[in-house]
Design a binder for this molecule. Structure first.
Ligand code: ADP
Ligand code: MG
Length: 200
């Protein structure tokens, strides 16, 4: 795994993680793994495990890391033979998730933190919900508030722990302006990895 980049995509609900990931995938061909999507797929499968996950997700809380990390680890193992890089979207949601990921999977090369006010996040989630034909169970006002609280309680510890490899990006701007900064950061990581590979 040392030769391909692993990038964590951090930020509160509705800050624009999925939007930026789609643009990164288009430009770099990386593998996009959203922890939320992996969990929602599990719920959609109708399994017993899915029903338990659904209850936690509908409360706005965090699913156990064993569940999330297993899903991520399986998806990474399946893709790693052919992947150019991984975007791990919406993970880690708390500090220990990051620590366990790096122990069990691989160190992350970069964390991009999309910083955004709570007002903007709520507005964007509401607009997303209104525009989407697929309704997310957790995009109602009560659950959004709980998700924001969960996010607020955990984020500072993550940012402190991973400060050396985190880039904070002002996500209140236009999608394309944000992306320019994202591209600079990713190009820098790719360059460093090439240099390291050349030295080995
Ligand atoms: N920079 C931005 N400016 C305005 N709207 C945005 C921006 N980024 C995302 N959005 C919109 O906000 C909503 C939530 O974005 P999304 O990428 O789904 O967030 P997340 O994956 O972080 O929950 C979407 O409807 C998207 O179109
Ligand atoms: Mg998303």
């Amino acid at each position: 795994m040392a030769e391909i980049p692993i990038i964590w995509i951090l930020g509160g609900p509705g800050c624009g993680k999925g939007t930026q990931c789609a643009k990164i995938v288009e430009k770099y061909g990386f593998t996009h793994l959203s922890s939320g999507d992996l969990l929602r797929n599990e719920v959609a499968s109708g399994s017993d495990k899915g029903r338990q996950l659904q209850a936690v997700m509908a409360s706005g809380g965090l699913v156990s890391n064993d569940e999330v990390l297993s899903l991520l680890n399986d998806a990474i193992s399946r893709a790693k033979g052919s992947s150019k890089g991984f975007l791990i979207d919406g993970y880690p949601r708390e500090k220990n998730q990051g620590i366990e990921f790096e122990l069990r999977v691989a160190p992350a090369d970069l964390a991009l933190y999309f910083e955004c006010s709570e007002d903007t996040m709520v507005q964007r989630i509401m607009a997303r919900a209104a525009a989407s034909s697929v309704k997310r169970d957790d995009d109602n006002e009560k659950t959004i508030r709980a998700r924001l609280l969960t996010f607020r309680q955990n984020t500072n510890a993550i940012l402190e722990c991973y400060e050396p490899k985190t880039l904070t990006i002002n996500a209140e701007r236009d999608v394309d302006d944000i992306f320019l900064e994202v591209v600079q950061a990713i190009d820098c990581v790719l360059k460093k990895k090439q240099q390291n590979a050349a030295q080995c």
